[in-house]
Design a protein around this ligand. Sequence first.
Ligand SMILES: Cc1cc2nc3c(=O)[nH]c(=O)nc-3n(C[C@H](O)[C@H](O)[C@H](O)COP(=O)(O)OP(=O)(O)OC[C@H]3O[C@@H](n4cnc5c(N)ncnc54)[C@H](O)[C@@H]3O)c2cc1C
Length: 369
Amino acid sequence: MFSYWEIKNWFSGVDYTIVGSGIVGLHAALRLRERFPNSKILVLERGSLPQGASTKNAGFACFGSLSEINDDLKTHTEEEVLELINKRWAGLQLLRKRLGDAVIDFKPFGGYELFLENDTAGYEECLRRMPFVNEVLKPLFKTDVFAKEVDRFDFKGIHEYLIFNPFEGQIDTGNMMQALLKEAYANNILILNSQTVTAHHEKADGVEVALGEFTFTTKKLLFATNGFASKLTNDAVRPARAQVLITEPIPNLDIKGTFHIDRGYYYFRNINDRILFGGARNLDFEGETTAEFGETDIIQQQLEKMLREVILPTTDFTIAHRWSGIMGMGNHKKPIVEQLSQNTYCGVRLGGMGVAIGSMIGAELADLV
Ligand SMILES: Cc1cc2nc3c(=O)[nH]c(=O)nc-3n(C[C@H](O)[C@H](O)[C@H](O)COP(=O)(O)OP(=O)(O)OC[C@H]3O[C@@H](n4cnc5c(N)ncnc54)[C@H](O)[C@@H]3O)c2cc1C
């Protein structure tokens, strides 16, 4: 049970309560602080660290590979796709400006897409559609984004050309999240870990929030719970687990950049002489539609196989570590930033590019208030 002191200092007179301390929750808190310098802002996080995607991701500072954007153009209008990419791009600039490139270790190495030998149809379609996609993106980037490039990394089992995107970069995810947390503390934002919001009810003077048995009142309640927001959104957000592995340091590793395969279903990058490699969710969509963390043999074995056969075919490596994170997906790629009831709001469904879009969505969520 909380003490008198704890209740007095942390849970009384709360103006804004944010659920979730991921990228979105922390950006929302910082934006609220800009708008309301004297308000009491509380962030509740159920993990000992942020426990969703923000500290688990691959750190791509990206806005979509050619095959992904081409795919999106089949299910979204050109305007929708451009708007989404515009937001990701603007979000990346906001993140870099807020925290600084040195702090987040931003590296503008560029991004590449590889096409597996058995995906000739996808490869040819992308090469054919590249000029069109470049035209769609021109209002934003003023120049071609995607270009063909010969593989200089000695990958195996792929088609001749890679697609290069010079606007893509990479960051150190751990540095970014630590910097955001520091910034939040410095701005007098109260962050409480190991606190799970179990229920909430609108009342005349705000929202009653339950942490199990304990309840308190906040004027406004903002959910930034992404992959854990199914109930809140009537299943418009579904959890999507993503598994990752990282190698031990590899001497003379020559691979630099962020790399995409198969419409973003596989992704790898260099980090501190290691390769971080994730994906293969498409091998088991059903099993990976879960909010439970964990690694499975089918996916981990496929990641290792691709690493051995395609990415590092002539290099010895050992796997140092494996983990997973939970993303929030849905039928539409657009995040949901909405007022749910009188004093309750949400900013969720960040998909696979929340590093880029998270800062913008956090700000938009805060601006709903
Ligand atoms: C393996 C992996 C790789 C990825 N790679 C990239 C990448 O390279 N580039 C990119 O742009 N994006 C990437 N993403 C996606 C990106 O990480 C996410 O889109 C982004 O982190 C979402 O941020 P968020 O704040 O919305 O959600 P989260 O970071 O998931 O934060 C939600 C928080 O809410 C908390 N929470 C949930 N329910 C409750 C509750 N009831 N009470 C209290 N707290 C609660 C959770 O514990 C969690 O910390 C990747 C994701 C994964 C999993």
